[in-house]
Write a protein that binds this ligand. Structure first.
Ligand code: SAM
Length: 327
């Protein structure tokens, strides 16, 4: 059991949500596990302890967290609109594909880290609700001798439309979570959904707690990726699954050139016009280029203890779904 030392801010909603996260950690507490900062592989041993990348800028590890926080605090209100504009809506398909790959069943306990404004969590809730309804229908069809009144009564007596599934959205940024909660209210998501303010590198959850851990477009923003991966491994139950959706390196030279042109010439301009924030979108583009290759990232996932690690490229290699199991 990990040593938990203080209480994280968390909130919950929905009936019968008894999943209390009892043990949390003190801000600033660091585990003694070894870390290897992203992108600092060519620096000297001494520098490796203190320097990392913030986009194309070299910054101290201490500075990076604050800078990343500022980016998402600044973009939170326009985050969803910008995602649609920048990806021409394709991010929705990538997120749907992540859910099909996860293929959760009623009862699945999901932790969505760097969950931001809740896109993965809402898809998860819709998915398990549909699965659960389908299962109920099949069961009722099997009992053909029931009257319509009995069937209606059975539907009404089912008080958990999610069949026991729960999702916790964990993100380090209050503003992103605030927008997520507003979206949840607007979309009518209430039951089975909790929002927790927390750091991917020091998750405020007990060991062996979740069936699935997801992180979508989040891990490249974390200062110590290996630390976040170890935390993912720790909080998953044995048999649990890690799923990461992230930009990857494009190998086709023509697509790569077009992609570079779009990323560096168009996205910061969109950021300025729509969100009034060139710098944040420039960072987002640069951080994609600083992320390890899919092969390197696969090794990092394996180093954290995951097995059967795979990656699947989407949209000409622009994005990949990485998957692994805690066995
Ligand atoms: N997963 C969401 C999605 O796909 O729309 C949001 C992705 S957004 C690009 C990245 C998110 O990572 C932001 O909400 C940011 O606050 C969060 N983040 C950055 N560093 C983090 C950390 N160390 N721990 C938890 N969340 C972090």
């Amino acid at each position: 059991m990990a040593a938990h030392r203080s209480c994280a801010l968390w909130s919950y909603c929905g009936p019968r949500w008894s999943w209390v996260m009892r043990c949390c950690r003190l801000p600033g507490f660091r585990s003694s596990r070894p870390r290897g900062p992203l992108g600092a592989r060519h620096l000297s041993q001494e520098k490796r302890e203190t320097e990392t990348h913030f986009g194309f800028e070299t910054v101290s590890e201490e500075e990076k967290g604050g800078k990343v926080y500022h980016v998402f605090e600044s973009v939170a209100k326009k985050y969803d609109v910008m995602n649609d504009m920048m990806s021409l809506g394709i991010h929705r398909i990538w997120k749907d594909l992540l859910l099909s790959k996860m293929h959760p069943f009623p009862g699945t306990q999901l932790l969505d880290v760097a969950g931001g404004t809740g896109d993965i969590a809402f898809r998860f809730l819709n998915y398990v609700q549909a699965q659960h309804k389908g299962k109920q229908k099949r069961q009722l069809r099997a009992q053909q001798n029931l009257s319509w009144e009995e069937i209606a009564k059975k539907y009404q007596s089912e008080d958990d439309p999610l069949g026991g599934s729960r999702v916790v959205v964990c993100d380090i940024n209050k503003e992103m979570l605030k927008i997520g909660k507003q979206k949840a209210r607007a979309q009518g998501h209430k039951a089975g959904l909790a929002w927790v303010l927390g750091d991917a590198e020091e998750l405020p959850f007990d060991d062996d707690k979740f069936d699935v851990y997801t992180i979508a477009f989040g891990i490249r923003n974390v200062t110590h990726i290996d630390q976040a991966l170890q935390e993912a491994h720790r909080v998953l139950k044995p048999g649990g699954r890690f799923l990461c959706l992230e930009f990857s390196q494009v190998n086709n030279p023509l697509i790569s050139r077009l992609y570079d042109l779009y990323s560096f010439q168009v996205i910061p301009v969109l950021g300025e016009v729509i969100a009034g924030d060139w710098k944040s979108y420039q960072y987002l583009v640069e951080s994609i280029r600083q992320f390890p290759s899919q092969e390197e990232f696969k090794e990092m996932i394996e180093d954290a203890g995951f097995e059967k690690v795979t990656y699947e490229s989407l949209t000409s290699g622009i994005v990949a779904i990485h998957s692994g199991f805690k066995l």
